[in-house]
Design a protein around this ligand. Structure first.
Ligand code: GLN
Ligand code: ZN
Length: 751
């Protein structure tokens, strides 16, 4: 039985890749030095895999910036606007695509989430039928190097169907018509790899979604027939879910091996075994590439045994569910975690060892097997992970706790006391995080600032923020979030059941890494988390100040979540903690409260059936958090991702009094959907694109508001930016908000 991983994180355990990239961009590091650092990292990661006893080491998993971009460059699918960059040095050209070229005023490729993960890839653009000039793919040189160093490389490449399905194209361009051309470049790539490897991992995660168009699916068999003829054995690799309706397509590919995700798609094993053609090998994705916990052998072993019984050992491989890109590098770096938590964790390095141990157990390989079996004994539930009061409270949630006292129209009347003008203006929460603001938090964290001095410094920021908003003439004010480093971490640090790693970094995109909080135990609120700051802000103004909370679904989606309790249950526990905070705010006199659910849309599973189940418990969690207040208290929610037409009925189900959404780039067209479902709550479509340094004019915003009014009745419309302003500078935010308020005043006066 062979063992392998689908990919190792490239960042390095001390984020060496990040440092090298950023020094290169700053002009401090030469391109040769950058590439030397990358080569060191690759070699180190191959060594880890080989030392763990894996049969292959992964190549092609390491990218300077992004693997989708590497594929785009190989195909030569460079959008027209980059033509002036084509004569630049290769690294400069590459990074212009990734990050834009300021000197030439060229915008980068768009970035979006890789399926339902927190990794962002660069979206390919197919812009009419301009000829492409195929280039090279870094996987070839890396595979050659690995072979020369005596490793047994398995190159990983993103497959042509996934690349094309994720590419965006103007409506007039029929992107699938370029498939033959794309496939011929792939065939060349496979031939180039052939001298250095005997198996290639060709990834088609699109098969675990419903995104493959019906007219493309029939071409799968023929395309893969030609690719199978082009080079070494192919392992058709799927992940992030079950194959579902695409099972026949996958097994009909004629590839020598198929990889399936048995973590997200555990239930698919029997169907896959039943459909797999004779002679095809099956790689079982058993070790979770997206979480930080040790593999439960009691779950994994029966799956292996079933596969071995059906196929025989020679046709079974053991692997990770997906690339280890989505988990941190090495748990031995975590010296500050409580032992009872740390001993349950496995990061990328440990997951490689787990695969070897799993094989030893299956093959009943003496001492190693005994050790692994002993480790497989279910650990005693630690008292810190199981809090009886939390369990009891979660179990006794009643349906009435999920509903506000009265329906929206009555609440609306009860909220008239707020005396807001038509088209009330507000912001989404954060204000510019200046260097001064960051320094306050850092000095406090490093012990350079006493608690009292820290509070005084944050209060000065809050006072300044309130004064600015008064001057701007906004109607509902915020405290500005100066005390928050991150909207999830801030709450995680104060809640029971959370812990934080020192080095648990995961790549988010390019050189950017995040360190998600870890939910290891039952979640509960220990004390009020935001009331002091918000009350202080409210004490400075006659206008209402909006309490600012992160919602349960977003806290869940942006954390590593324990694997011994259903996600829906964990979410419910968080919802109860947020509910406590909402009630504390109300009791303290804060009567407008925003609960951000920035991640609601992106946390959606990849298939409709699973999405429905998720949306039910996710929306219920929001309702549980939000519903414990009087009718006269106004609940807001905010969501970032604008593509939610399909889930608008669920957004209505959230039953917030006011929602704000990202909308400025879509020119208010997305509001059509609100008209269609007769959305009755208040809506604040963003009228200021905060992702850009551009300052929108008063005229532009006025136009957007007039357009919004064609879709949303005047008494339902709010005026706000797309999202929080923390990434902007005051020089941009200030005039933009001035224009926004002026536009609101102007449109308010019209008819
Ligand atoms: N309240 C948060 C902020 O303004 C919301 C951020 C978000 O939606 N991502 O920063
Ligand atoms: Zn947002």
């Amino acid at each position: 039985m062979q063992t392998h991983i689908l990919g190792f994180p490239s960042i390095g355990k001390q984020r060496e890749q990040k440092q090298a990239l950023e020094s290169f961009w700053d002009g401090v590091l030469s391109v040769d030095a950058l590439s030397a650092t990358c080569t060191e990292l690759k070699k180190r990661h191959w060594r880890i895999q080989k030392d763990a006893g894996l049969d292959y080491v992964s190549t092609g998993d390491f990218s300077l910036y992004d693997r989708m971009l590497d594929t785009t460059c190989m195909l030569g699918a460079i959008p027209e606007r980059f033509t002036p960059c084509l004569d630049d040095a290769p690294a400069d050209r590459y990074f212009s695509l990734a990050r834009g070229n300021v000197g030439r005023n060229t915008a980068p490729l768009e970035m979006t989430k890789w399926f339902d993960t927190n990794y962002h890839y660069l979206v390919p653009e197919i812009d009419a039928d301009r000829p492409w000039t195929a280039g090279t793919h870094p996987v070839v040189a890396d595979t050659k190097l690995a072979r020369e160093l005596g490793f047994s490389p398995k190159p990983a490449i993103i497959g042509p169907f996934t690349w094309t399905a994720l590419a965006k194209a103007p409506r007039a361009v029929r992107k699938w018509e370029r498939l033959d051309e794309i496939v011929s470049v792939y065939a060349q790539l496979l031939a180039d790899l052939a001298p250095y490897c005997d198996c290639i991992q060709i990834e088609e995660p699109i098969l675990c979604t419903e995104l493959l168009p019906d007219d493309a699916r029939p071409r799968f068999r023929e395309v893969y027939a030609s690719l199978n003829a082009a080079g070494p054995k192919l392992m058709l690799t799927t992940y992030f879910g079950a194959l579902g309706g695409n099972l026949q397509t996958a097994v009909g590919s004629g590839c020598a091996a198929l990889h399936v995700d048995l973590v997200r798609g555990r239930k698919q094993l029997d169907a896959v075994l039943g459909a797999l053609p004779g002679g095809t090998a099956l790689s079982l994705g058993l070790v979770d590439g997206r979480n930080i916990w040790k593999t439960e052998y009691s779950t994994a072993l029966p799956l292996v045994e079933r596969a071995v019984a059906a196929l025989g050992k020679d046709r079974v491989l053991l692997g990770t569910s997906c690339s280890l890109l989505h988990c941190p590098v090495d748990v031995t770096e975590e010296t500050a975690l409580p032992e009872h938590i740390r001993k349950r964790m496995a990061f990328a390095v440990q997951k490689c060892a787990e695969l070897a141990a799993l094989r030893a157990v299956v093959e009943n390989d003496g001492a190693e097997a005994a050790a692994a079996r002993a480790a497989a004994q279910p650990a005693e539930p630690h008292p810190d992970r199981y809090v009886a009061a939390v369990r009891e409270r979660a179990a006794s949630v009643t349906p009435d706790m999920l509903a506000r006292r009265s329906p929206y129209p009555e609440r609306r009347a009860a909220q008239a006391w707020l005396k807001l003008p038509p088209l009330p203006s507000t912001s989404i929460g954060s204000f510019p995080q200046t260097d001064a603001v960051r320094k306050i938090r850092l000095d406090y964290k490093r012990g350079r600032l006493s608690e009292a001095d820290y509070v005084a410094a944050v209060r000065r920021e809050i006072r300044d923020c309130i004064e600015k908003q008064e001057q701007l003439g906004l109607d509902v004010l915020v405290h500005g979030e100066a005390e928050r480093n991150d909207m999830v971490e801030y709450f995680g640090q104060q809640l029971g059941g959370f812990c934080f790693t020192q080095n648990g970094w995961v790549q988010s995109y390019g050189s950017r890494c995040v360190k998600p909080p870890v939910i290891y135990g039952d979640v509960y609120r220990k004390h009020p988390m935001t009331t002091d700051w918000i009350l202080y802000a409210q004490s400075l103004t006659q206008k209402p100040v909006k309490g600012m909370l992160t919602g349960p679904v977003t806290i869940l989606c942006w954390s590593f979540v324990r694997d011994d309790l259903e996600r829906s249950e964990v979410c419910k526990q968080i919802a109860l903690a947020v509910r406590d905070e909402v009630q504390s705010l109300e009791k303290a006199g804060i009567r407008v409260i925003q609960i951000d659910e920035a991640a609601l849309r992106e946390g959606m599973p990849l298939t409709r059936a699973e999405a429905e189940i998720y949306l039910r418990w996710a929306v219920d969690a929001f309702r549980l958090a939000a519903s414990g207040v009087e009718d006269s208290t106004q609940i807001h929610s905010h969501m970032c991702y604008s593509e939610f037409n399909a889930i608008l009925s669920w957004i209505a189900e959230m039953d917030a009094d006011v929602i704000s959404i990202e909308a400025s780039r879509s020119g208010m067209e997305l509001l059509d959907a609100f008209t269609d479902v007769h959305y009755r709550g208040a809506v604040g479509p963003g009228v200021y694109d905060i992702h850009s340094p551009r300052i929108p004019t008063e005229e532009e915003i006025t136009q957007l508001l007039r357009r919004a009014l064609r879709r949303i009745p005047k008494d339902q419309l709010w005026v706000n930016p797309d999202c929080g302003l923390k990434t902007r500078r005051w020089e941009e935010a200030w005039p933009s908000l001035q224009h926004m308020v002026a536009a609101a005043v102007r449109v308010r006066a019209e008819a």
